[in-house]
Structure formats: structure tokens, C-alpha cells
Design a binder for this molecule. Structure first.
Ligand SMILES: CC(C)=CCC/C(C)=C/CC/C(C)=C/CC/C(C)=C/CC/C(C)=C/CC/C(C)=C/CC/C(C)=C/CC/C(C)=C/COP(=O)(O)OP(=O)(O)O
Length: 308
């Protein structure tokens, strides 16, 4: 183990992107308060810890298999590419065995939380968690590697993993019920997170291509992929409007629409083909829109819970 410290661990697990898991889990818990007038703090804390561990596991298993599949090394060696993984395996900062041990330790934490929650709330916890675990593992691991196939499976997986599963799962833990409302509630934030993941493929599509990783940007080319990115952007905000129309969000959640403005400007500055660094502002805008938009959506439900 070479000088393993907290800062290294946070970077290796891409901890800074944790809001994309925290937001849907909190939304699910708030849904239970607003619609069912129920909230169990201990169950929520276990859901919170378990989901975060599951997310960090998915980030690390992604790096581990990207390294084993030669993708991270290709990213390091392609000058025009901006690498988005920690790079700790490719540059030898952390040994593969240590990295693998940490990865599976996170899985164990998620599993323990899932088992306790399934005893208290019901077996569906294990179905939601199990589905998430299969998605996280086979996104990059052989024989399926569905994240490398370029058929849109990754985008569906991200919508499920960072939208529907954590929101519905968190709501289910609290209420022991499955309902269409948490599913609708998960769509704006789930689509925005799908957009982050989609946009980040622009940063390293050339090294992905040379390593045989077929993302939609590789398959479609920049021009068509940018059109799809814009469609996903519009769809995310339309989902928010739909949620307000059907009463899943209060009308003041529409304040989150303002987060679309900087995004819109960034799209306007992009040509149909761009060098990798030109996509960094798009990534920044995607991350900000998701965290700020998510924050407004959570606050809207908090206000509704207080004043209803
Ligand atoms: C998910 C897991 C590990 C499960 C363990 C077992 C288990 C049963 C756990 C239950 C846990 C809990 C708390 C249950 C309570 C009810 C809840 C909330 C259920 C929801 C469960 C849940 C959190 C599901 C989601 C699981 C997750 C996070 C799946 C991730 C999917 C996925 C495809 C991630 C990709 C991540 C990355 C890094 C993408 C970018 O990589 P890439 O495209 O290669 O690019 P590059 O690497 O170049 O940057």
C-alpha cells in the first residue's frame, strides 16, 4: 500500500460527485414525508450510508475494470484526451490488489445496510439494491461490459441508478410502498445526471475509440451526439415541468428552471466539432445544473412539508 491517505481515497472513489446520489435519496425520503407523513431517521441514515457506499463502489469498480480492460492506460497515452478517472491504477499510485480490496469493502458496507433495511422494510430493498449492483458491475466488467457497447444501455443504466432506484428505494424504505410518484420525482434529477455522464464522454471519446470503448459519442460522432445532448437537456427540464403539472413537485420547484440558463449559453458556444478542452465548460454546466437544480427541488419539498 503506497501512502494511502484520506485525500487519495476520496480521489480514487471520485467522492466529489456524491451529490448525484445524495439528491435522489433525499428526494425519496422527502416524498415519504410529504405524501405519507412518515419518516424514520435511523432507516434514512442507513439508506444514506448504503447508497453512498454503493455509489463509491460503482466508481471504483469502473476504474478497476477500465484499468484491466486497458481503457485508462489508453486515456493516459492519448494527448488530445481529457481523462476523467482517478488514474491511480494506470500510474501505479495504488496497487490493484489494494484498490480491489477497498472497492469490495464498499460493496460490503452497502450490502450490510441493504440486509438490515430489507429486514425492517421488506425484500424489495434487496431487489432495488441487487439491480443496482448488477448494473454497477456489468457496466464495465466482462462478459457483458454494456457501457462499452454504444447502444444507449449506459444512459438507461444511469437514469435507473441515479434516478429511479435510489429515489424509489429511499421512499420504499420509509413507507414499505411502491408508488408512481417517487418514480416521477426521480426523472428530472435522473435525466440531469444522465446528461452529466453523457457529456463527459465528449472529453475522452478519441481514447475510448482507440481502446474499443463504444460510447454513443464514439458511435454517432460529435455532431449527432451534441444534438442528443441538447435533447436530453430539454427533456430534463420538461420532466420537471411535468412533475409540477401532475402535483409531484409544488409550483415553486419551477425555480430550478433558472439553472438551465448557463447551460443554454454553453451549448451556444460549441461548434459541431470541438477539441476536448472545449467540452470542459459543458461538463461544469452539467454538474452545476444538477447540484443546484437538485438543491432547489429538495428545498421545494422541504418547504411543502413544513407548510402543507
Ligand atoms: C448497488 C450495490 C453496490 C449494492 C449492494 C447490495 C445491496 C442489496 C445494497 C442495498 C443498498 C441500499 C441502501 C438499499 C436501500 C434502498 C435503495 C436506496 C436502493 C437503491 C440502491 C442503489 C443505490 C442503486 C444504484 C447503484 C449504483 C450507484 C449503480 C451505478 C451504475 C453505473 C453504471 C455507474 C457508472 C459510474 C461511472 C464511474 C461512470 C463513468 O465511467 P465511464 O463511462 O467508464 O467513464 P470514465 O471512467 O472514463 O470517467
Amino acid at each position: 500500500m503506497n501512502n494511502l491517505n484520506l485525500s487519495l481515497l476520496l480521489k480514487a472513489s471520485r467522492f466529489r460527485v456524491i451529490p448525484v446520489m445524495v439528491i435522489p435519496v433525499v428526494l425519496g425520503g422527502l416524498g415519504a414525508i410529504v405524501w405519507n407523513d412518515t419518516f424514520h431517521p435511523i432507516l434514512f441514515v442507513l439508506t444514506f450510508i448504503g447508497s453512498i457506499a454503493a455509489h463509491l463502489f460503482s466508481n471504483m469498480i469502473n476504474d478497476l475494470w477500465d484499468f484491466r480492460n486497458g481503457i485508462d492506460t489508453a486515456a493516459k497515452e492519448t494527448a488530445s484526451t481529457i481523462s476523467t478517472n482517478s488514474g491511480f491504477l494506470a500510474n501505479g499510485t495504488i496497487a490493484e490488489r489494494t484498490f480491489s480490496f477497498l472497492t469490495w469493502s464498499l460493496f460490503a458496507v452497502a450490502l450490510i445496510c441493504g440486509l438490515i433495511l430489507s429486514i425492517s422494510s421488506g425484500w424489495l430493498v434487496l431487489v432495488f439494491g441487487g439491480l443496482g449492483a448488477l448494473i454497477a458491475y456489468f457496466y464495465v466488467a466482462p462478459p457483458i461490459k454494456f457501457g462499452y457497447r454504444g447502444k444507449g444501455y449506459s444512459e438507461i443504466a444511469i437514469l435507473l441508478s441515479f434516478g429511479i432506484l435510489p429515489t424509489l428505494g429511499s421512499y420504499y424504505v420509509q413507507t414499505m410502498q411502491v408508488d408512481y410518484r417517487p418514480i416521477l420525482l426521480s426523472l428530472p434529477i435522473g435525466l440531469l445526471t444522465t446528461l452529466i455522464l453523457f457529456n463527459h464522454h465528449f472529453l475522452h471519446w478519441e481514447s475510448d475509440q482507440s481502446a474499443g470503448k463504444r460510447t454513443l459519442v464514439v458511435v454517432w460522432g460529435e455532431k449527432r451526439a451534441l444534438v442528443f445532448s441538447k435533447c436530453l437537456f430539454v427533456l430534463s427540464y420538461l420532466a420537471l415541468i411535468l412533475c409540477v403539472i401532475v402535483g409531484v413537485f409544488p409550483y415553486y420547484a419551477l425555480l430550478a428552471l433558472v439553472t438551465a440558463i448557463p447551460f443554454y449559453r454553453v451549448y451556444g458556444n460549441l461548434k459541431s466539432e470541438n477539441p476536448s478542452p472545449a467540452y470542459l465548460p459543458l461538463m461544469g454546466a452539467s454538474l452545476k445544473a444538477t447540484t443546484r437544480g437538485g438543491l432547489i427541488m429538495m428545498l421545494a419539498l422541504v418547504v411543502q412539508a413544513i407548510f402543507q
